[in-house]
Design a protein around this ligand. Structure first.
Ligand code: NAG
Ligand code: NAG
Ligand code: NAG
Ligand code: NAG
Ligand code: NAG
Ligand code: NAG
Ligand code: NAG
Ligand code: NAG
Ligand code: NAG
Length: 756
């Protein structure tokens, strides 16, 4: 009209043309909001979509959940990517696109809109109408978010609209009510959870009383009403006072012979939806800020019925409102993480009725919870009778008893809640559990007894288990199938007390294996050494021994150990290692350091000794401050101890052993300053009648080696005696053999004089 008027008055056709163009740009019908039969189908892979003319809504494909499931739906464009809800309608909520790469939205021959996968016979979704003018239907996404199927030749003829099939969202202009022609009610059904649009347990529908009053009721599983909007008074609902405050919403009730419904207009951008937690929420999104919730009803999640599902217990915790009682576990972890507790909790062990051989069930007290509603009441019954009544009924899952009577529940317990302050009152419910669940009972004052019994049983079990382990281990050893990994720290803890010494009888070709087998020495895992030494932490390092660092460690039971790592570059190869372990494991003397175990992990060779609190002799002897702690009595004891140890090595042990590296740093001192000879890395076994031996490899420490050994490689027990002599002089004088002293003869000489 406007254009024609202009045209009539306009004298310049060119101007008119420009104006026409401009008008077209401003008011033109963007063909994007419609989808007609001739057009290529909307396909999932191409991410095809159509938008409403005002650009607020979009129809297309979206994905939800893990693994991803594809759906056709309508969303609010500006809310995509927001945490708040954006999907307002889903076509195929019960029927996700199982082959998204072949799926597309198109028109069927008869003019219906169908969502087809590879198989043309089974559409995922369809408008499913009859008698359509097959060649003239078109789909359009209107500005209010309504998807309509209409007649292309007469746009006001609408065959189908998505507003008649709401999912969980009520848009302004949308209908929420009943159908009088026998079709489905226009009701809201929540999503299963935020990632799953399939129908959940909560619904919201219009109820019209015979007397004409209307209200919206909120139901759980289409049966149990948990909240109502209150009666509609023509302007507001009784229980939604927010509606009065927010005249942004304008509600209207429509009733005709086909349907009865309410719809609303809103002066601001807003949508209402039924959340998967059962709450009805109104959200708005001002153009410049994030969407926010105008109001939610029922106000508290505790008013939502059975939110936590069968056997789930609701408690007032916004981040994690549900949990399971003892004996139950969440039905599915992935779903409960999305706060989808609709399947509730699963019993871990079947009750006696389901399992003939099972022991008698028992009852676990759940303190202070609200009673589920579907009880059976028995009046005037004692506590014991009430319990018995439940026990003898295979369907009974719980009972409670108070002075006024006995209540028992059959089947799943729904809507248990731990009352928060104020409001509901709780009572103690006794939940039936299988005998297998019976552990520490919290019942009455008997719990201490139970704790003691449980501890005793556990300890006995542990000891039994360990002895079984050991006997098995020994048997395995006999068969020659030792498994290093079976020795963990715990085992090691025990084996230090009972480890036995045996002669190596089987000889194997493999050196490493032989090292393990020659002696029955606890061999334990690298992991347990790591654990004991706190990953070889610097704080635990005691020092550097002859062949590598030594660490302090602690076993599970608190026993302290010294861990000697044989460094790869030390020159002590597998042979020395085997040597040392073989030797020391066979030696038992109070003046010899005790080897507790060893560990071989790849190139790492580790020896575990008893821990010596007072480190080694050189630590005291050559320290000006500490040497004062070594009084003459102590020194005599140390000298005597070393002599005893050496004598044992040379004379009394089954094998004659030459230590070859006697020096103060190899004399360890225990907490009572008793000396213990250590470091057998260079020790040699010589035959009983072998008085001396020869070696090409001269090892030891200069200053302690006898001249004939140092020069010619000739060694015998006398080499050790020579070293002992040097050691003796050092102990007496407190001076280092290899140290440099500038006063002539020195106190050592004086001491020797004094002694003789
Ligand atoms: C599809 O398009 C929408 C916007 O229209 C976008 O948000 C979404 O990421 C796209 N999806 C894919 C798979 O490309
Ligand atoms: C629809 O169109 C097709 C071809 O464009 C034609 O063959 C068919 O007869 C038409 N059907 C109707 C009902 O007009
Ligand atoms: C268009 O459809 C409407 C409703 O279906 C009807 O009332 C009207 O007469 C139709 N107009 C034409 C031109 O067919
Ligand atoms: C109509 O039914 C509603 C709901 O049951 C009730 O609250 C109301 O009092 C009834 N009104 C009359 C007039 O009976
Ligand atoms: C919901 O009700 C149906 C029957 O009405 C029943 O089969 C189903 O088990 C119920 N769901 C739950 C979770 O109780
Ligand atoms: C909402 O607005 C539309 C168009 O302005 C009007 O036709 C309808 O009656 C209004 N609905 C209500 C409930 O006010
Ligand atoms: C709520 O649940 C979380 C996670 O389970 C827990 O860390 C928190 O302590 C709970 N808060 C209260 C008040 O119970
Ligand atoms: C006993 O329990 C029932 C059901 O929970 C409750 O209605 C009643 O008030 C209780 N009676 C007493 C004395 O606590
Ligand atoms: C149950 O819990 C509520 C809320 O914590 C508390 O107020 C009430 O005293 C408790 N009742 C009993 C019997 O412990």
């Amino acid at each position: 009209m406007l254009v024609r008027d202009m045209g009539i008055h306009g004298t310049r056709p060119f101007l008119l043309f420009v104006l026409l163009l401009l008008l077209r740009a401003c008011f033109s019908v963007n063909a994007d909001d419609t989808f007609t039969k001739g057009q290529p189908p909307l396909s999932v892979i191409d991410n095809d979509s159509i938008s409403s003319k005002n650009g607020i809504f979009e129809l297309g494909f979206f994905e939800r959940g893990t693994p991803k499931k594809f759906y056709l739906g309508i969303w609010v464009k500006s809310l995509v990517g927001q945490t708040q809800k954006n999907i307002v309608w889903v076509a195929n909520r019960e029927n996700h696109l199982s082959d998204p790469y072949n799926s597309k939205l198109e028109f069927s021959e008869d003019g219906n809109l169908v969502l087809l996968g590879a198989s043309p016979k089974k559409p995922f979704w369809s408008t499913n109408l009859q008698n359509l003018p097959s060649n003239s239907t078109e789909a359009a996404l209107l500005d209010d978010g309504n998807l309509v199927l209409r007649d292309r030749s007469n746009l006001s003829t609408i065959f189908w609209e998505s507003f008649d099939y709401p999912t969980d969202t009520w848009l302004p202009g949308g209908k929420l009510g009943i159908d009088k022609t026998g079709k489905e009610p226009k009701q809201l059904i929540s999503w299963k959870n935020s990632e799953d649009p399939s129908p959940g347990l909560f619904s919201c529908s219009l109820r019209i009383d015979p007397n004409g009053s209307i209200e919206y009721i909120f139901e759980w599983n289409r049966s149990q009403v948990y909240w109502s909007s209150g009666v509609w008074n023509g302007e507001t609902f009784a229980f939604i006072p927010e509606m009065r405050l927010n005249y942004v919403f304008k509600l209207g009730f429509v009733s005709n012979e086909k349907e009865a419904y309410m719809s609303y207009n809103s002066s601001i951008m807003s949508i209402c939806y039924l959340d998967s937690t059962g709450q009805f929420k109104a959200i708005t999104w001002p153009p410049t800020s994030e969407p926010w919730v105008l109001w939610a009803q029922p106000k508290s999640l505790s008013d939502v019925y059975a939110l936590c599902g069968p056997f789930g217990v609701y408690h007032d915790n916004t981040s994690q409102p549900c949990d399971c009682p003892k004996g139950f576990e969440p039905f599915s972890d992935t779903r409960t993480r999305q706060n989808d507790w609709s399947s509730g909790c699963l019993r871990r062990h079947p009750l006696q009725c389901e399992n003939r051989n099972a022991k008698k069930d028992w009852f676990q007290k759940i303190p202070n919870v609200t009673s589920p509603i579907n009880w059976k009441a028995y009046s005037a019954m004692s506590d014991a009778r009430c319990k018995l009544a439940c026990m003898n009924n295979c369907f009974c899952t719980a009972y409670t008893h108070n002075s006024s009577g006995c209540l028992i529940w059959e089947g799943a317990l729904l809507n248990m809640q731990r009352p928060s302050d104020g409001g509901k009152v709780g009572s103690d419910i006794y939940l039936r559990l299988a005998a297998d669940e019976r552990q520490i009972s919290t019942k009455g004052t008997k719990w201490k007894v139970w704790v003691i019994v449980a501890v005793l049983v556990a300890a006995t079990g542990l000891i039994l288990c360990l002895s079984v382990c050991f006997s098995i281990k020994r048997k395995l050893k006999h068969k020659g199938e030792t498994a290093a990994s079976s020795n963990d720290l715990m085992l090691f803890d025990f084996s230090t007390e009972i480890h036995a010494i045996s002669d190596g009888t089987n000889s194997q070709d493999n050196d490493k294996k032989r090292g393990k087998k020659d002696v029955e020495l606890p061999l334990f895992s690298y992991e347990s050494v790591l654990a004991a030494t706190d990953n070889f932490s610097a704080a635990n390092k005691l020092g550097e021994g002859g062949f590598g660092p030594v660490y302090k460690g602690k076993l599970l039971k608190g026993k302290e150990i010294a861990v000697k790592m044989l460094s790869k570059r030390s020159g002590q190869g597998l042979e020395e290692f085997r040597n040392e372990t073989t030797l020391i494991a066979k030696l038992q003397h109070r003046n010899l350091v005790k080897l507790l175990g060893c560990c071989i992990e790849g190139d790492e060779k580790i020896l575990i000794y008893e821990y010596m609190h007072n480190k080694s002799l050189d630590f005291y002897l050559f320290d000006p401050a500490k040497k004062k702690m070594l009084d003459w009595g102590t020194r005599i004891h140390i000298i005597e101890g070393i002599a005893q140890g050496l004598l044992y090595l040379h004379q009394y042990s089954r094998l004659r052993i030459i230590h070859r590296d006697m020096k103060p740093s190899n004399i360890l001192l225990d907490s009572e300053m008793k000396p213990k000879i250590s470091d057998f890395g260079m020790a040699r076994i010589v035959g009983d009648n072998e008085i001396q031996a020869n070696t090409n490899r001269i090892v030891g420490t200069f200053g302690y080696m006898s001249p004939e050994y140092a020069m010619e490689g000739l060694y015998s027990i006398k080499s050790d005696v020579f070293s002992f002599g040097v050691l003796l002089l050092e102990i007496v004088s407190g001076k280092k053999n290899t140290g440099f002293y500038n006063h002539g003869l020195g106190s050592c000489g004086e001491m020797v004089k004094a002694w003789s």
